[in-house]
Ligand binder design. Structure first.
Ligand code: F3S
Length: 666
């Protein structure tokens, strides 16, 4: 494998680190005796290094890898590695997030991705084919496999009984190159389900909202959630996928269900029954923690603005007027659920003050709804049909008006993500959403007086993969098309041994990657143009951040101070790459969310943690900080003395880098 450097030392170090791990630490005696839980079983079947032990480094062989158009840059990164073909058994690129074509930029990005995927031997899901997670579930997910993608909701495929994890684009580039994935083995938490949902009013969305209410957006950090118990058999595969999708909102590494008859039924309906196998934990398997949930006790829930864990029963907030309702996305787009919504809307009229937007998650579901007349029923009721893509979920069109109330069957309601900073975004099930669209107010669907049918998933889906372009045998003549919006990757300077920089920004807890690097129609088209997109970093928090950072770039650079769970939310690597471009040297936070932490490492920004909350409180925006002996400490004690020159005191911070991450950093 070529060690050609990209992003300065970082990319080569990353690939080098992966190579050394896989070859030196070949399958050691890192297995585990006794009964295994489902996560351990799949990990053990893929382990190529390290140990199957909580907190210890493990290296896993990867079966499937995906990137989508927000992280189309993974192809630039892969290109810099110097291979002419992907080395992973299955690679795919999706265009689903950024579909607006108001000028040349997005279409230029799409054709770049399509031709790069074609050149390097990956599949390509064309714009209009659907949201990556829904399409992957339908056509490619299979029990027992390991799948990584450049999106925090990659765990949707965990509903299929596979390990599916969201990572950054540079990690995906390395996996396209055939590298195993290495990380510290997370804890495995068992959620034992009993009982049966009170259908039709209580749905899978209400299950995961209830779990979010219990555990919070930090409850899954450092953990994989494994569902088990007698209640599992009562959930369809698509219901499971809704639950694992929003495991991302818990901060969990991923979530997984066993593979059983429900799994077989879905695969059979997708014409893929031969990919099925039964998979479950061994009797007596151990877990780091067990939580029990009785499905029959759940009720319709809603997440309040602006966090998916601010969950309450809908009845407690009923009566508030609603301006916009959005149904669909990667979270709630099964055919059964969409058809249920259509049947609720049929013959009824959407409230005159509500704009109802529907974005079915895949072309398969959309076509089936069109064929059976559901789309007509939706349109007749007053719904505005969008194409199969992320759409309003990522602020691409359909922003609510100022201060308006938008209720969505999506997974995220962070401030500003909708495109309107002060919009009040709520999250609820598609059934609850449909009831609210008709009634014009927040209402529990049980109180809405609307008939809700029980629509089952079909025994046969409509299969047509013509919008998935397969790799060609002879790729020698394929040229990658690069429009003017495709700019070269910026080069990262080597990590400094002394970081002497200004605390450019101090923020509080739960800062999202959306807050660091906004999405939306204005910003997303710039995703392969780092100098331009960098102008938007932190713009909703501090409009002057980017210009102030640029002014300091050649004068020592800057440091960001964050609170708890810094960088939660999406896997957006631009939230690290753009600050890197602006000269950010380090992030010091109480705690940094997993994917963002690895993105910071991948792009050479040192992620540091306060040892005490008092130190977080004391440091102020504008303080000049000096961190010495950085290189030695990254590889050694991982403890650093920080001199606050402005206030005249010293405090201690730590990093928590594993061996591979240390090699990437220095
Ligand atoms: Fe797209 Fe929203 Fe899902 S941005 S991948 S529909 S979380």
């Amino acid at each position: 494998l070529s060690r050609r450097s990209f992003l300065g030392t970082t990319g080569a170090a990353m690939v080098g680190a992966a190579v050394s791990m896989s070859s030196v630490e070949a399958l050691a005696a890192g297995g585990k005796q006794g009964p295994l839980n489902l996560v351990e079983k799949i990990f053990e079947a893929h382990r190529v290094g390290g140990e199957l032990k909580t907190g210890k480094m493990i290296a896993l062989k990867v079966d499937q890898v995906m990137n989508h158009d927000i992280n189309g840059m993974a192809w630039l990164e892969f290109e810099a590695i110097g291979l002419d073909t992907v080395k992973v058994p299955f690679a795919i690129s999706f265009v689903d997030h950024n579909m607006l074509q108001t000028d040349y930029m997005n279409p230029d990005d799409h054709i770049f991705m399509q031709t790069a995927a074609a050149k390097f031997g990956a599949h390509f899901s064309r714009p209009g084919n659907g949201v990556c997670h829904q399409v992957h579930l339908e056509r490619f997910a299979a029990p027992g496999k390991i799948y990584f993608g450049t999106d925090s909701h990659t765990p949707t495929a965990g509903g299929m009984g596979m390990i599916a994890i969201g990572v950054g684009g540079l990690d995906v580039a390395a996996m396209f190159a055939g590298m195993p994935f290495e990380f510290n083995m997370p804890k495995v938490v068992q959620i034992k389900l009993t009982g049966n949902l009170q259908r039709p009013y209580v749905t899978a969305m209400d299950v995961i909202l209830t779990i979010l209410q219990k555990l919070s957006v930090k409850g899954g950090v450092g953990k994989i959630i494994e569902y088990s118990g007698p209640g599992v058999a009562n959930l369809t595969l698509t219901e499971r996928a809704t639950i694992t999708n929003m495991g991302a909102e818990l901060g969990a590494t991923t979530s997984i269900f066993p593979s059983d008859e429900q799994t077989r039924k879905f695969l059979k309906a997708q014409g893929r029954e031969k990919e099925w196998k039964a998979l479950a934990a061994d009797p007596g398997a151990q877990y780091d923690q067990t939580i029990e949930i009785d499905l029959s006790k759940l009720e319709p829930m809603i997440a309040l603005p602006w966090s998916p864990d601010k969950v309450v029963p809908i009845r407690t907030v009923a009566g508030k007027k609603v301006n916009q309702v959005c149904i669909g996305s990667c979270t709630n787009s099964s055919y059964g659920m969409m058809k249920t919504v259509a049947t609720m809307l049929k013959g009824n009229t959407v409230d005159e003050m509500v704009s109802l937007l529907i974005n079915p998650g895949s072309r398969q579901v959309y076509s089936m709804l069109a064929k059976d007349g559901s789309v007509a029923d939706m349109i007749q009721s007053g719904a505005r049909m969008l194409e199969s893509g992320c759409g309003p979920c990522i602020g691409m069109g359909a922003a609510p008006g100022s201060g308006q109330v938008s209720v969505r069957s999506y997974n995220r309601n962070f401030k500003g993500r909708s495109g309107t900073k002060d919009a009040q975004v709520y999250l609820a099930s598609p059934i609850s959403c449909a009831a609210m669209a008709l009634k014009g107010e927040i209402i529990d669907p049980r109180d809405a007086g609307i008939k809700v049918p029980m629509v089952a998933e079909p025994a046969q889906y409509l299969i047509n993969d013509s919008m998935i372009v397969k790799p060609k045998k002879d790729r020698s003549k394929i040229k990658i098309v690069r429009g003017p919006n495709i700019k070269p990757l910026p080069v990262k300077e080597a990590l400094r041994d002394t970081i002497a920089a200004t605390t450019l920004l101090k923020v509080g807890d739960n800062i999202t990657t959306d807050a660091i690097m906004p999405s939306g129609a204005k910003v997303l088209p710039l995703r392969m143009n780092i100098p331009k997109i960098s102008e938007h970093v932190f713009e909703s928090v501090d409009k002057t951040f980017a210009s102030r950072a640029m002014a300091l770039k050649d004068k020592g650079g800057s440091i960001i101070v964050g609170g708890d769970n810094y960088g939660q939310g999406s896997s957006r690597e631009h939230a690290a790459l753009a600050p890197m471009y602006l000269g950010v040297q380090a992030v010091i936070a109480k705690n940094i969310a997993r994917i963002h932490n690895s993105n910071l490492i991948n792009f050479g920004i040192l992620p540091l943690m306060f040892k005490s909350d008092e130190d977080y409180k004391r440091v102020a925006q504008g303080d000049e900080l000096v961190i010495r002996n950085v290189i030695k400490n990254v590889k050694g004690s991982q403890t650093y003395e920080v001199e606050n020159k402005t206030q005249g005191y010293t405090f201690t911070v730590v990093s928590k880098l594993n061996v591979r991450e240390q090699e990437i950093m220095v």
